[in-house]
Design a protein. Structure first.
Length: 456
């Protein structure tokens, strides 16, 4: 364990200023966790007590004494604990910050303090434990060899995209009464579910539209609709799995009474010039060309994203270091907050803990990326100027459909929001810088089918 002392007793000096100086001792718990033992000089503590009691004596009213003439022992007896707490709140944060500046550490979280008991006439010693930014130097970040993934768009990709456009513009057409339901049909039904003879909450609807194969209901329910006709009335029992989101019916069988009111099928528009004109193209060939261009743009974006990820993976592997748990926790909170709560995770502690364990490696990876990019920014002296921030705020306003005034208010009023934005911008600038200096080797291909992959 390395121990460093700043302003320690062995530094003998007779100067009055050094006698009054704060003492700080650093104890390394881990490379990213430090313990600071801080001693506030007795003169500073006594002065704080004297000032506090002098102010208090002028403010309080004690029978038999004029303001400012209340004996100290009475003030100490009645207000001692609150005065001590006020002094602690005044001195401890101030001297902790001075100790941080003096030792040159970079905390990444609020510190935890041991029990602190200021006493008049004595120096005040306390210990602060805090996680800090690791001391790292990133080397060999210029000219990193990265796999080159060619962004390829095939004719099959274009055909698939055009079919998707047809699906988006499809019309529903009512089927004849004798039509039997098949997969992909749309059935308009009335249904009511009961459990143990009692209606299930939200288990009754009229005119509900269900597409066969959509899995909006458990598969047995949709399977029972196959082959049915308009006007058919029937009952069925559907078992729900143990892990079903609605705990009231999870692991139980619900009895449904169903009546089919209408059946519709999806009619795709013909893939021709008329369809192209509906999509603001003059001909089908023009639509195909624009569709290919869109797919190529998506594939290029995916290519750049994946190559940047490969670049950062290499830098992380080549520069191992301890990562503060506080930074990992911060990243994990951000990731968790970006997930829509579709599976009832927030209400299920077990599911939430399981998801957090699953996402923890990703959070650790993001924290490592941020530390590396921040360090390279320092080494390269990368700055984010006010003009760049203004441009980014305008872009955010445009994306959100808000005014620049509204966006500025949000970032300037929320503590840490503007600094967070600047940090993101700086990291992005650094990543662009080292990406431009990377060397690429062709090893794989990226097709339009993979261009919609999620960002890591």
């Amino acid at each position: 364990m390395n121990l460093t002392s700043i302003g320690a007793d062995d530094k003998m000096s007779t100067s009055h200023e050094e006698k009054r100086s704060m003492k700080v001792q650093i104890d390394e718990i881990t490379p990213v966790k430090k313990s600071l033992t801080i001693e506030i000089p007795e003169e500073v503590v006594s002065k704080a007590f004297s000032k506090a009691y002098a102010t208090l004596g002028r403010q309080v009213k004690v029978p038999g004494f004029r303001p400012g003439k209340v004996p100290l022992y009475l003030l100490e007896k009645k207000y001692g604990p609150s005065v001590t707490e006020d002094i602690m709140r005044e001195l401890v944060p101030d001297y902790y910050q001075k100790a941080v500046e003096k030792t040159g550490i970079f905390p990444v979280e609020f510190p935890s303090f041991d029990k602190i008991e200021p006493k008049r006439g004595e120096a005040l010693s306390f210990t602060a434990t805090v996680e800090v930014k690791p001391v790292i130097t990133i080397s060999d970040y210029k000219g990193v060899v990265v796999p080159l993934m060619a962004a390829t768009v095939t004719d099959a990709d274009v055909d698939k995209a055009l079919t998707a456009k047809q699906e988006q513009h499809a019309q529903l057409e009512t089927c004849l009464e004798e039509h039997e339901i098949v997969s992909d049909d749309f059935a308009i039904i009335d249904f009511e579910g009961v459990l143990d003879g009692k209606p299930v909450q939200d288990g009754k609807q009229a005119g509900y539209t269900i597409q066969i194969g959509s899995k909006a209901f458990p598969p047995p329910f949709e399977d029972e609709l196959l082959g049915k006709k308009q006007g058919d009335v029937f009952d069925l029992s559907i078992p729900y799995p143990e892990d079903f989101q609605n705990k009231a019916i999870a692991g139980k069988s619900i009895d449904f009474h169903v009546e089919i009111q209408e059946i519709k099928k999806k009619i795709l528009p013909a893939l021709d010039d008329e369809f192209a004109k509906d999509l603001e193209c003059e001909t089908l060939d023009e639509l195909k060309t624009k569709t290919r261009e869109t797919l190529e743009t998506e594939a290029k974006h995916k290519q750049e994203h994946d190559q940047k990820k490969a670049l950062m993976d290499k830098l992380i592997d080549a520069n191992p270091f301890d990562i503060p748990a506080a930074l990992v926790a911060h990243e994990l909170k951000t990731i968790m907050g970006s997930f829509p709560d579709q599976q009832g995770v927030s209400e299920d502690s077990e599911k939430k803990e399981a998801l957090m364990r699953e996402l923890e490696p990703l959070a650790r990876h993001r924290a490592a990326e941020s530390l590396i990019l921040t360090q390279i920014a320092e080494q390269e002296d990368v700055k984010v100027n006010d003009a760049a921030v203004e441009t980014e705020l305008e872009a955010i306003a445009e994306r959100r459909g808000a005014t620049i005034k509204e966006v500025k208010k949000m970032f300037y009023q929320k503590e840490g929001a503007l600094e967070g934005l600047k940090s993101q911008m700086k990291e992005s600038q650094v990543l662009d810088l080292i990406y431009a200096q990377a060397k690429f080797e062709a090893v794989a291909a990226v097709t339009a089918d993979t261009a919609k992959g999620e960002k890591a």
